[in-house]
Design a protein. Structure first.
Lengths: 63, 724
């Protein structure tokens, strides 16, 4: 039964579905990334990556 | 010896486990030497066949899988782990979840590499490209990967930083997708401890295999390195990533699109047309996010271009990102069907792959190591001059590599399809197209030597750095850091939904997994669930026991790395090889053997083309029948004994996988195989071959080669005779 259903499907529709799906995801992510307040968030996130935390005690450093 | 402890006030003290990172760094250096050395060896083997040394363990067919596995999983794998552990701990402001799991991960992975280094030269292989390792090793890989995943996600969970930085997203996508790919592609039924057959056959196996193969490139060689790029370039440049917003769009587009691109490895093959179209379309779209990432990486360096000239770390990384841009431009180009027709099966693809692996992965790894080693050992680099020297040797070597492979690939591709005005092939002899490109093989091998030399220089430089540090710096204790716990982070008011999303690693992982699975399911599931893809063809019969044994020798010797078994539906292919391959013809092929490179001619229809004696002589010394051939000698096939006893078990396993062997065939497997071997050997004795050859491996191999394409040829003949 399952096999017949799949066999009778027109597979050539799948590429189009895939493309539309991607387009939806892309537009979605794009708009979402511009939501209100995102500038600040992204600014912080980008800067936070540069820090390792406050160093409390440093053990031996060579120059 | 975790030092996590609560401090007064809002700060917690902790330290990073850098010892494990150090060990992964060491393993990267070691396996990098091995992988590149293997590459150089097999490059010379193609330039001059005698470098195969006449030993079974050192022939091209067995060493090439060892080279690819060593490069991808040993060299690049260890580099990824080093970078991921180092950056994840720091991005999460916490020590890794478990030191013990970390060590298990480290030693388990090295053990797997050693198992691969032993089993592949012995010819223990599944015959699926980049997934050659046999089932016990596959299971170990899955276990170690899960240990890595637990350790990674555990670290995320105990993080002190609220936001999950974009590099971590790429790591998450890597860990989840590689697990799915590896497990789905490796499902097989064992015949013995070191031999198994995949559950998929023919078209299905091809689709699963290239979904895996392409995404091994995507999620092992690309996404983790993009994560590393997003961490180490800002770190080394001491400035935040150019556009964080772009990195988010980059991530979701890339992860969503990449998984669909696999079928571009199967253009003009017998997989359904619509699958090929999806593969091609998405590969072209892929150009966009790839370049988005490249631009983001390069623009992070704006304002510090002067440092790119002087600092090895930035120099290597900027170059890596540039090569990434080149490779991701070439990839979509090669996915266009008409371009693919020219490039596929040729060295152009080999050049393309190395633009990625050497240009992107090796360069990025070098940059990362130049950053990490001085940091981890708390010292400065031994010599910037040597780093510069490595940079130039590697870059020149890579350029020689790419140029020679372009020239070789395009030349050979054009020669294969050249047809004159009267409709005949201009170069009907395959060997003409080989001899023409052998000079390019020498150039490539020389380029490879330079790349390898560059790596040696780097290892020397880094070892010197470490030695200096160890000698002068007795204090090896870990630095102690402090950061507020996650619970202290204020819930911002009006924090939008995404902020919470990023705060939820698990939900984020599920979404990533979804994005990745959609493509795979749409492309592969129909072929697994429906019979429509493989039109029934009653004239296609399963292999006899002896032929199956021969097929396993074909796989064991890695003949598939030089020979395809897939005739494409074009006039020039028809003239050279015969009718296009059909899906029905490989329904019983567990695994499929369509191949990816034609260093030698396609073999899908080689059955009946020559007599048995031709094959016998050709296998012992190809130059005996085809002067100037670059195929290795396979003398040991006339000495190694065929294992007739295991044939029955093989048929049983095949039957369990759906190959229609009768109970009678299985019961008589041993005798039938002996009889077929006897018949073939009798024929050979007329040319002076001794009868004792009957028990040797060369006989089943000949039986297999002579069977290829014969079912269709016989059916065609029967129809033609019926019409007369």
């Amino acid at each position: 039964m399952k096999k017949e259903v799949i066999a009778s499907m027109d597979m050539s529709i799948l590429p189009t579905i895939g493309l539309l799906l991607f387009l939806a995801v892309f537009i979605g992510v794009f708009l979402w990334s511009f939501r209100k307040g995102s500038d600040l968030t992204y600014d912080e996130a980008g800067k936070a990556a540069l820090e390792d935390g406050n160093i409390v005690s440093k053990k031996g450093e060579l120059q | 010896m975790s030092t996590d402890s609560t401090n007064t006030g809002h700060l917690e003290e902790f330290s990073y486990n850098d010892r494990i990172t150090k060990w992964f760094v060491g393993a990267t250096m070691l396996w990098g030497c091995v992988a590149l050395l293997l590459g150089v060896i097999i490059a010379f083997q193609l330039a001059y066949w005698k470098f195969n040394l006449g030993l079974e363990w050192t022939t091209f067919g067995r060493l090439r899988p060892l080279h690819t596995n060593a490069a991808i999983f040993a060299f690049i794998g260890n580099a990824i782990f080093a970078g991921i552990y180092y950056s994840t701990e720091r991005l999460c402001k916490t020590r890794m979840f478990s030191d013990t799991l970390g060590w298990l991960h480290f030693w388990g992975w090295q053990l797997i590499i050693v198992a691969a280094a032993i089993s592949l030269p012995l010819g223990l292989t599944t015959g699926k490209e980049y997934a050659e390792l046999e089932w016990p090793i596959d299971i170990s890989i899955a276990v170690i990967w899960v240990i890595f995943a637990i350790n990674f996600f555990g670290t995320l969970v105990k993080r002190r930083e609220k936001h999950i930085y974009v590099a971590l997203w790429f790591y998450i996508a890597t860990i989840l997708t590689v697990a799915v790919l590896h497990i789905v592609n490796s499902i097989s039924l064992p015949v013995s401890l070191m031999k198994s057959y995949p559950i998929y056959a023919g078209v299905q196996d091809a689709l699963v295999q290239w979904w895996y193969g392409h995404n091994a490139v995507a999620f092992f060689l690309t996404t983790p390195f993009l994560g590393l790029m997003y961490y180490f370039i800002p770190k080394a440049a001491k400035r935040p990533v150019y556009s964080y917003r772009l990195s988010i769009i980059h991530f979701w587009s890339l992860v969503f699109i990449y998984i669909w691109a696999g079928p571009h490895h199967l253009l003009y093959s017998s997989v359904p047309d619509w699958v090929q179209t999806v593969g091609m379309t998405f590969s072209i779209i892929l150009w966009m996010p790839s370049w988005g990432g490249m631009i983001n990486g390069l623009l992070t360096l704006r304002g510090v271009w002067d440092k790119v000239r002087t600092e090895p770390v930035l120099k290597f990384m900027a170059t890596a990102v540039t090569f990434y841009g080149m490779a991701t431009f070439e990839g979509p180009l090669l996915s266009i069907k008409s371009v693919n027709y020219l490039g596929h099966f040729t060295d152009w693809i080999v050049g393309h792959v190395h633009a990625g692996t050497i240009g992107w992965n090796y360069m990025m790894t070098a940059g990362m190591l130049y950053f990490l080693v001085p940091k981890l050992w708390k010292t400065h680099l031994f010599s910037k001059k040597l780093a510069n020297l490595q940079f130039w040797t590697a870059t020149i070597g890579l350029v020689l590599y790419m140029m020679s492979m372009w020239a070789a690939g395009i030349t050979q591709g054009l020669m294969w399809r050249a047809v004159d005005a009267s409709g005949r092939l201009v170069y009907p002899n395959f060997i003409e197209t080989v001899v023409k490109i052998v000079p390019m093989y020498w150039v490539r091998a020389f380029g490879g030597v330079l790349v390898l030399l560059g790596f040696f220089i780097m290892v020397y430089n880094l070892v010197k750095t470490i030695q200096f540090a160890n000698k002068n710096n007795k204090d090896q204790a870990e630095d102690v850091y402090a950061a507020p716990p996650l619970s202290a982070a204020k819930e911002e008011h009006g924090a939008s939904a995404h902020r919470k999303l990023e705060g939820l690693p698990m939900l984020f992982s599920v979404l990533t997994l979804l994005a990745v699975l959609v493509g795979g399911i749409v492309e592969i599931a129909p072929s697994l669930l429906s019979d429509k893809f493989v039109e029934k063809a009653p004239h296609i019969k399963p292999y006899t026991g002896l032929e199956l044994a021969g097929r396993d020798i074909y796989i064991k010797e890695g003949c598939y790395v030089c020979h395809s078994q897939q005739v494409r539906p074009t006039p020039s292919e028809k003239l050279r090889y015969g009718d296009p391959s059909t899906a029905a013809e490989s329904v019983y092929d567990h695994p499929f053997q369509w191949g990816s490179r034609r260093i030698g001619p396609d073999l899908a229809r080689v059955g009946g083309k020559y007599n048995d004696m031709w094959h016998f002589r050709h296998m012992i010394n190809p130059r005996d029948v085809t002067p100037k051939s670059i195929m290795p000698n396979y003398g040991w096939l006339t000495k190694n004994k065929t294992n007739f006893k295991v044939i029955q078990k093989k048929l049983k396993v095949m039957k369990a996988l759906g190959v229609p062997y009768t109970d009678e065939q299985i019961a008589n497997a041993f005798n039938d195989a002996q009889m077929q071997a006897e018949k073939i050997t009798k024929g050979l004795t007329e040319h002076g071959v001794p009868m004792k050859m009957q028990s040797k491996e060369i006989i089943p191999l000949i039986a297999y080669l002579q069977r290829l394409g014969m079912d269709s040829a016989n059916a065609k003949k029967a129809i033609e005779e019926g019409q007369e």
